[in-house]
Design a protein around this ligand. Structure first.
Ligand code: SAM
Length: 281
């Protein structure tokens, strides 16, 4: 590569070189000159440049300072790019947006070819705070894309599916073969677009408990839902009370967690909440 740069596998450095795919990713973010787009891991700047041509501003967070000379070369001439050096997971998201607030009518968006080794924590960070982007286009491992889009009862369905489908409406944008990257990754990739929902799709008064229930349900896939929840929620009441709560939610305690829909997880959370309140009385 230019400047004798050697890609670091441990940082998930697989640079996207296919100009057609780079343009399609940027197009998928539906950018307008009033938008601010956040990029996680600009790398050599190929995607950054496409984003900067379409958005009002780009905030790009890169961990590897050795990329500085390459980035400076690719991004020469642009004045709407804010580079931040450091670990994205350690950044304060609201402060990143404050670096370049969107213009009137604009929105906060994300577009990134993610470092695959931290996909899940990045999704949690982006979606669960107060500063979630209105739209995110993310290139991820194809297997992860399948999980984000998965329906209940399928093998790919898990707590990440519930998290993403609770906060956003996900869709597949395009599949990307390993040869589109340098160096080519060992896995196939896919871009997904996540559109933030204005309201949650299900009635949940206590999102923290909802995700606790979801994590407990998926925590021990081979156990029945009742046993998985007993352990995962550190249930202090008696087992019969929890079984009754499941039944009150219309969920058979012998089912497996991975068969529950978002609606059923919500009903279960409400029932667990009232059973907890009863236990405290
Ligand atoms: N955007 C470039 C492209 O499409 O060619 C590079 C994508 S590459 C898959 C992932 C990038 O994320 C690398 O540049 C890597 O150095 C960077 N990265 C890895 N861990 C990071 C972290 N914790 N915070 C910010 N950037 C990170």
């Amino acid at each position: 590569m230019r400047h004798q740069f050697r890609a670091k596998r441990r940082l998930g450095q697989n640079f996207l070189l296919d100009s057609g795919i780079l343009a399609r990713l940027a197009e998928a973010a539906e950018l307008s000159p009033a938008d601010t787009v956040l990029e996680i891991g600009p790398g050599t700047g190929n995607l950054t440049r496409e984003l900067a041509r379409r958005a009002g501003a780009v905030v790009a967070v890169e961990l590897d300072r050795e990329l500085a000379p390459l980035l400076a070369e690719t991004l020469a001439g642009f004045d709407n790019i804010h580079l931040v050096w450091g670990d994205f997971l350690a950044q304060d998201l609201p402060r990143l947006w404050e670096l370049a607030p969107p213009g009137p009518g604009g929105a906060r968006k994300v577009a990134a070819n993610l470092p695959y080794y931290i996909t899940s924590p990045i999704l949690v960070k982006l979606l669960t705070g107060q500063s979630a982007p209105a739209l995110a286009v993310l290139l991820v491992q194809q297997e992860v894309a399948e999980r984000l889009l998965a329906a209940p009862g399928t093998r790919a369905y898990g707590s990440l599916s519930v998290l993403v489908q609770f906060y956003t409406v996900p869709e597949l944008v395009l599949k990307v073969p390993p040869r589109a990257f340098f160096p080519p990754p060992e896995v196939s990739s896919a871009a997904v677009r996540l559109r933030l929902r204005s309201n949650p799709p299900v009635d949940v008064q206590d999102p923290a408990l909802f995700f606790q229930v979801v994590r407990a349900a998926f925590g021990q896939r081979r156990k029945t839902l009742l046993n998985a929840l007993l352990g995962g929620l550190k249930w202090e009441g008696d087992k019969a009370a929890l079984a009754a709560a499941l039944k009150a939610a219309g969920v058979d305690p012998a089912r497996r967690g991975e068969t529950l829909s978002l609606e059923e997880f919500a009903a279960l959370t409400r029932a667990v909440r009232s059973a907890q309140a009863d236990g405290r009385r």
